[in-house]
Design a protein around this ligand. Sequence first.
Ligand SMILES: [Zn+2]
Length: 240
Amino acid sequence: MTATTLLFRDNAYARSCTATVLDVTPEGGVILDRTVFYAQGGGQPGDVGVIRRRNGDSVAVTNTVYGSDRSQVVHLVGTEAAPRFSQGENVDMELDWERRFKRMRVHTALHVLSVVLPYPVTGGAVGDGDGRLDFDIPDAGLDKAELTERLNALIARDAPVTERWITDEELDANPGLVKTMSVKPPRGSGRVRLVEIEGIDLQPCGGTHVRRTGEIGQALVTDIEKKGKQNRRVRLSLVD
Ligand SMILES: [Zn+2]
């Protein structure tokens, strides 16, 4: 099975590309050989956008997900539209950048939030302009205004956000690196993608991030919700 090349992983700012149809699924999905569309995962929804056929046909993508073995990316266009595509056909695709960029800003802000609140994260979600993290933390008198201030102070550093791959062997050779990570890296796949916010955060992550924290702009902690005795759900939103 030919894997889909994940262009969004090497360049989160790529908005469009050309691609070749590998297959069409009975569920109304189009599998392409490469894609700039982020596939749903890690609490971030899949991208939406359009696929343009060379005959001028423009087809809306309503969500993007991984195929069953996770090597291919499925662009959901509906059972009406999918059969119009044929294997080997060349197409142009363009994602809904306005929505994706908001998600990148929220996602990166959540990395910063995990530094403001250095507790184990048990869940999270990225929305269009807002997001949340769930923390394993007893009630510590968290204050929205104070968290907002600390969050924005870190964002305002305009720190560069970089991504790099590291092998399991390099990880084993650098125990100090693992110690500085806010989240322990998964083992066994041979390599891990590290996301570093310079001077602020280092953790394994497969998501899409902005290049500098300044691109997040102002963020606001909007809610701190009690989810059981040991759990607090903290919501933030972008101030646009
Ligand atoms: Zn991330």
